[in-house]
Design a protein around this ligand. Structure first.
Ligand SMILES: [Fe+2]
Ligand SMILES: [Fe+2]
Length: 184
């Protein structure tokens, strides 16, 4: 894999930074939800943290031949108060990725004929759409002081596709077989 265009490279580095921070933030918020008696929302945060790690890894590996230091500027969400507010932070971050960041990054990669970056941005965009909805559903419960259900949460190790329960035999985004999925 190699990158031929500066702008796609910058977008990959920024997306790597954003996904890395989302990964860490969701682990923190997941631990917090567990401590506050909502272990299944905690599990959702941990599963989605894994998906963000998959995205960070994909972006990083598209850049694997770009050896050296770089300043990285990326969006971050801060705060750790109640679980519902943390979920709102998560929803805001995901919607920023879905409505602003990844569509622009994806079009840039297409325009610059950066096939590997295009795939990496496409995978992330599709997963973030699902994450936004999963966090919205969880927030509805949290607002009533309730936890989500105990169904297993699955994450595709190739693209970060995330689902609650057993709904598919293979990843609808990248085609990876269900038995390869991580479960939480
Ligand atoms: Fe996400
Ligand atoms: Fe996938």
């Amino acid at each position: 894999m190699a990158i031929n265009n500066v702008m796609t490279g910058d977008f990959l580095r920024s997306a790597y930074g954003g996904e890395s921070m989302a990964h860490m933030r969701y682990l923190i918020w997941g631990e917090d939800a567990e401590k506050k008696g909502l272990p299944n929302i905690g599990r959702l945060f941990k599963a989605v943290a894994n998906a963000e790690w998959v995205h960070a890894k994909n972006h990083f590996n598209v850049l694997k031949d770009e050896v050296g230091d770089s300043g990285v500027c990326a969006g971050a969400v801060f705060g750790n108060t109640d679980v519902s507010s943390n979920l709102q932070g998560a929803i805001n971050g995901e919607l920023h990725e879905v409505n602003q960041m990844y569509p622009v990054y994806l079009e840039t990669a297409k325009f610059q004929a950066e096939k590997d970056a295009e795939r990496s941005f496409h995978y992330a965009l599709e997963a973030e759409k699902i994450h936004a909805q999963l966090f919205k559903d969880a927030q509805e419960k949290a607002k009533q002081g309730q936890d989500i259900g105990t169904d297993k949460i699955y994450v595709c190790p190739v693209c970060g596709y995330t689902e609650i329960g057993d709904n598919v035999d293979k990843c609808p985004v990248c085609g990876t077989k269900k038995e390869m999925f991580e479960s939480f």
